[in-house]
Design a protein around this ligand. Structure first.
Ligand code: 13P
Ligand code: SF4
Length: 316
């Protein structure tokens, strides 16, 4: 849909974005789930851990964050003196949105004495109630940090189950959230696909349902999935995560055979994150031109959320 403010868009958007990036002294950070055209313009493309690290070290005036809201918010928490803009403020996340701060506060209060480990896919307010943050790349290590202590894990129940197994725990207190994209992969249709491609290795993100993970040969964060596909260039891979990762793999291994894991609904592109894909080149141009929408975090929440994020970066 055309943005109502999108007047006088330049013909060559890519060139105009690069020019604005220079004028604004901006850095462009993009998650692997962004459109290929956006990934190609970015200074850093990465998973949520790599992007948090990159944001922490930015010395430019502006961070243009192409990802979802919690990622840009994390950048602002880590580097509050930068102006953080996003192409679309509505780019949320079903995990973050499914864990409202008030309900989470009550949940934590129901388990006095428990430590709180929160997935980075959460709001700043929820992070501010946490002892430690994790991403899918370091979740098992972060769980082990609390060996022997009662532990809340929020907000993804699938990641929680996977990570509990990795860390040898069966007592995690789990907030029952899920990702709309990873939950829609169909275990039944994946089993059928594997019969058609017995040579293929299945790569899956730990946000997938257990019945899908049971069929996976390799489970990892987006960076881990990309690396595995690149490390075995001649192998066919069935991929159970958002298909934005295909772009990075194909850039490194052109012509590689990649098959998207099938969704429950055959008729939709539900394997694309509806929030990530709200970001477009047009909106990226406009946010750099107008320096809005900006992501802000109230200072009291920022300070409380900063400590568990910094601890994660130290530990991982
Ligand atoms: P990564 O930590 O692998 O980047 O995953 C983020 C995410 O939102 C997965 O859906
Ligand atoms: Fe959130 Fe899922 Fe989209 Fe990742 S893919 S940003 S977890 S809704």
């Amino acid at each position: 849909m055309t943005d109502p403010h999108a007047t006088d868009l330049p013909d060559d958007l890519e060139e105009a974005i690069l020019e604005l990036k220079r004028e604004r002294n901006a850095i462009l950070l993009a998650h692997y789930y962004q459109e290929p055209e956006i990934q190609d313009l970015a200074d850093v493309v990465g998973d949520s851990l790599a992007l948090a690290r990159a944001a922490q070290n930015v010395d430019r005036d502006v961070i243009a964050f192409c990802g979802v809201h919690f990622m840009a918010e994390t950048a602002k928490i880590l580097n509050p003196d930068r102006t953080v803009v996003v192409p679309d403020l509505e780019a949320g996340c079903s995990l973050a949105d499914g864990c409202p701060p008030d309900a989470f506060r009550d949940f934590v209060a129901e388990h006095p004495g428990a430590k709180v480990l929160t997935y980075i896919n959460s709001s700043a307010e929820v992070k501010a109630m946490s002892d430690l943050i994790c991403t899918s790349a370091n979740a098992a290590k972060m769980v082990r940090h609390f060996d022997g202590q009662p532990l809340i894990f929020a907000p993804d129940r699938h990641l929680a189950r996977w990570v509990a197994k990795q860390a040898g725990r069966d007592d995690l207190i789990v907030w029952q959230g899920a990702c709309v994209v990873h939950e829609q992969f169909s275990a039944k249709r994946l089993a059928e696909l594997k019969v058609k491609h017995p040579e293929a290795e299945v790569l899956a993100h730990p946000e997938c349902d257990q019945a899908v993970l049971d069929q996976a040969d390799f489970i990892a964060s987006t960076t881990g999935i990309i690396q595995r596909a690149v490390d075995f260039p001649d192998r066919t891979h069935i991929v159970a995560t958002e298909d934005g990762v295909f772009h990075q793999i194909l850039q490194k291994v052109p012509g590689k055979t990649l098959i998207q894991a099938p969704g429950i609904d055959e008729s939709c592109s539900c394997n694309q994150c509806p929030f990530m894909r709200l970001n477009t080149l047009e909106k990226l141009y406009l946010c750099l031109r107008d320096l809005e929408p900006q992501v802000t975090v109230p200072e009291d929440i920022r300070v409380k959320a900063l400590a568990p994020i910094e601890l994660m970066l130290e530990l991982s």
